[in-house]
Design a protein around this ligand. Sequence first.
Ligand code: C5P
Length: 407
Amino acid sequence: MEISRLQRRRILLGVTGSIAAYKSAELIRRLRQAGAEVQVVMTPAAARFVTPLTLQALSGRPVRRDLFDVAAEAAMGHIELARWADWILIAPASADFLARLRIGRADDLLATLCLASEAPVILVPAMNRAMWRHPATRDNVAVLEGRGVEIWGPASGAQACGEEGPGRMLEPAEIVGRLQALGKAPLLGGVKVMITAGPTREAVDPVRFLSNRSSGRMGYALAQAAREAGAEVTLVSGPVSLEPPSGVEVIRVESAQQMYRQVMARVGRCDIFIGAAAVADYTPIRPAVAKLKKDQARITLELVRTPDILAAVAAASPRPFTVGFAAETERLHEYARAKLDRKRLDMIAANRVGPGRGFETEDNALWVLWPGGERDLGRASKRELARRLIELISERYGQESRAENSG
Ligand code: C5P
């Protein structure tokens, strides 16, 4: 039997005001049967066609309706909900909803989620044939398609209003079939990935520390991309001001020593390790117990090397597929290749850092090497680069584990 590609996929199902809303009940049942998690969000108009209680019972989750519902927001805020979704599927999508989406309104919970989410949006329109053919709707559909929104259907045939023509919502079975075709098997389904991210802080005294300019964005983007690829992700993070991606286990640490301890406690249980943290190389030998006073013209801070987490992971037995980063201001290729060999890594992602490059920026450029190969991932946003790197890692990881199994 073929495994459902919707297994554990998170579908945010938007239901808007159309008589076809009664078909959403059947759609939810089929999605759940296919293994998907379904969170229903209804517009106020939808709730006049079908009761939230019905959709709640079928989806197994409280239906969300109100942007200002204090209790629901406390359980899972709308931004969190927007991040949770792998797909936003709106079925039925009314003419009014198409219009609101086109102009980017955020006047109810569902429209707000569509604006706030980066997940792909699929619309399954249902409306009277004249409404569908109206130039305003035609225009809205063209603009939305131009933005990459998928529009499925409508089908032609008898309409609830007694007319014949285009405007019928696609049947639930057909919608689920199309979603199955869309959902490629997750690249890292069930694979355990541990990622370090952010800077570390090395205490000088109770109020001061040594740190660096790492924002943690690359590591957090990798955690999200790995999660999206189906992995079970643990993120060991130094102090950063980023929201962790949903569905990821986060372990917060401050110092290199703490990061080392947390990573080594879990290394035996992970398949892939990605060291994206900018770990301090040195730490004050003995942090002062009391705040240092400025009563001397000159002081000396004695530093000692921190443990190299990445090298320790690569030396562990059994060891995960180990990926490091090389941030260099000069001789990038030479230093990166040397680091790959010295730390016995499976892969290293090299980027050039310096003023306006790498740290604290949105954009990055990565060049990746492994024993016997290399690939330029180009320049892009950290989010996009993270996706490309996770794809490459899963490719190499797949090859290595196949080689091990046959060898
Ligand atoms: O040797 P260098 O610090 O340049 O290597 C960078 C890589 O090593 C990064 O992947 C970083 O996360 C990792 N690293 C580490 N522990 C250290 C120093 C660096 O895991 N103490």
